[in-house]
Design a protein around this ligand. Structure first.
Ligand code: URP
Ligand code: ZN
Ligand code: ZN
Length: 478
């Protein structure tokens, strides 16, 4: 069975033209104007629509044991939500605790997706400890488990965070293996000391989350990683970059020859720090780390996308319910609950609010509405930062991230005229709230295919759980 998409405006990171796309057996076999219609083809008329390569979210959490609870989505809801929004490939963070065995962890994370995910997926391997056994385990994960990127946390000491000697060892091994190391850059000690000080002063509401992790703390984390990358020669990728001084620290390192890519995430581009200041604990919905910054930082990040300084836009999708999960940090003893929703009878504080915002479904339409429609970025930059760059950095290109003969038939037919509103009442994510409730959006993924199979038609779900495949990747050198 083949699929022929006719008369769309095909947009990739480096080309834009009117034409047809033919997929057979899951793969794109021809791209161009006036393609012949095969006898077995389903023909889709894309007149007046854009045809984009399937979008790639390089930073999501689907299974995440974190801050005393678990993220809300599983691969049924998470991959459906991704596809409804036009994202056809997820790169999830495999985040074992320090006590866990890395090989068992990657197998566990894979088991959460295998046979369930409707979109394709792969993982960054979290390195949350480095001891005598770690190098061998990581070599096996790279050689036998198809993983070619690691993840380290400079934040969250005592949970996922690693010490400097461990960071050095991880980066040295990554350099040897040709693996990219993704990193959460915030100085953990500065965060915990500032948190203690603020809580002792009675500053306990969600609005104090940002001041507890100010821009200088993130910039220090970036500078720190840059020094280690420079010393070891490892290629690094800074996840969820939120602010001007963090980008500046990275750009300085680029000038010194450090090979580093920059990711920002949809919440930093489309929300600002005033959301965490909303009354009645509403601000808890916007607690993520690094925190959402003042508007000038978001404006700067848009400019950095337009000029190519920032490489990718992910989500850092980390979904927790407003109730009960975010209420684990409610300062009112009458309203503070444990992970099961049972009252604690004690006051919580912002340090106990599970960090994260659900957004895997909304990333592409937010980028389109607030980036392309406002003229902040052009269409090809949109495709580059939401798909192609991630594919190139993480070893998925040209299988993913473009529309070309030989690439997977992952396509998004985009209706640029559609107008609607974001709401938790209609989203596919499992969370009880949307951080973008009521936000007006322009454009939607009208049809989405994964390896030639239609998963979304007329903006409605018609996909199949289990259709998604694990994407084995190889390091750049072996
Ligand atoms: O707040 C966040 N970002 N939660 C998810 C974990 C992480 O740091 O990526
Ligand atoms: Zn992080
Ligand atoms: Zn994350």
């Amino acid at each position: 069975m083949s699929l022929l998409i006719q008369n769309g405006e095909i947009v990739t990171a480096d080309a834009r033209f009117q034409g047809d796309v033919l997929c057979r057996d899951g793969v794109i076999v021809a791209v161009g104007p006036g393609l012949e219609i095969p006898a077995d083809a389903e023909v889709i008329d894309a007149t007046g629509k854009y045809v984009f390569p399937g979008f790639i979210d390089p930073h999501v959490h689907i299974y995440l044991p974190f801050m005393g609870t678990f993220s809300k989505d599983d691969y049924v809801t998470g991959s459906k939500a991704a596809l409804m929004g036009g994202t056809t490939t997820l790169i999830e963070m495999c985040c074992p605790s320090r006590a866990d065995d890395p090989l068992e962890a990657i197998k566990l994370w894979k088991s959460k997706a295998a046979g369930i995910s409707s979109c394709d997926y792969t993982f960054h391997m979290g390195v949350t400890r480095f001891d005598e056994g770690t190098a061998d385990a990581l070599r096996t994960i790279v050689d036998d488990e198809g993983i070619s990127s690691f993840k380290v946390f400079l934040a969250y000491k005592g949970a996922f965070g690693i010490e400097d000697t461990e960071l050095y060892q991880t980066l040295s091994l990554a350099k040897e293996l040709g693996v990219v190391v993704t990193a959460h850059c915030e100085n953990a000690d500065l965060v915990s000391e500032t948190q203690k000080k603020l809580v002792a002063e009675g500053r306990t509401g969600p609005e104090w989350h940002e001041p507890s992790r100010p821009i200088s703390v993130e910039a220090e984390g970036c500078h720190h990683l840059m020094t280690f990358a420079e010393m070891t020669g490892a290629e690094v990728y800074v996840v969820h970059t939120s602010c001007i001084p963090a980008v500046e620290a990275i750009v300085e390192a680029r000038k010194r020859g450090v090979k580093v890519s920059i990711e920002t995430v949809a919440p930093y581009l489309t929300l600002d720090s005033t959301y965490a200041e909303l009354p009645d604990f509403e601000g808890a919905k916007y607690v993520m780390s690094p925190p959402i910054r003042a508007k000038e930082h978001g404006d700067f990040l848009w400019k950095c996308l337009a000029d190519g300084t920032v490489d990718t836009v992910g989500t850092d999708h980390a979904p927790f319910d407003f109730s009960p999960q975010k209420h684990m940090g409610h300062p009112d003893p009458e309203k503070c609950v444990d992970a099961n929703g049972q009252p604690t009878g004690k006051p919580g504080n912002f340090t106990l609010i599970p960090n994260g915002i659900p957004s895997v479904e909304e990333r592409v339409k937010l980028l389109y509405t607030e980036g392309v429609c406002t003229g902040r970025i052009d269409l090809q930059t949109f495709v580059r930062c939401a798909s192609t760059r991630a594919a190139k950095i993480f070893g998925l290109y040209p299988r993913k991230g473009t529309i070309a003969a030989g690439s997977d038939g992952d396509l998004v037919i985009w209706d640029p005229e559609w107008k609607g509103k974001i709401s938790a009442a209609t989203h596919s994510m499992a969370t009880d709230y949307s951080a973008f409730e009521g936000r007006e959006v322009i454009g939607r993924a009208e049809m989405v295919t994964v390896r030639g199979k239609i998963m979304v038609r007329d903006g409605a779900w018609c996909g199949e759980n289990g259709w998604g495949q694990f994407l084995a990747r190889k390091p750049r050198i072996s």
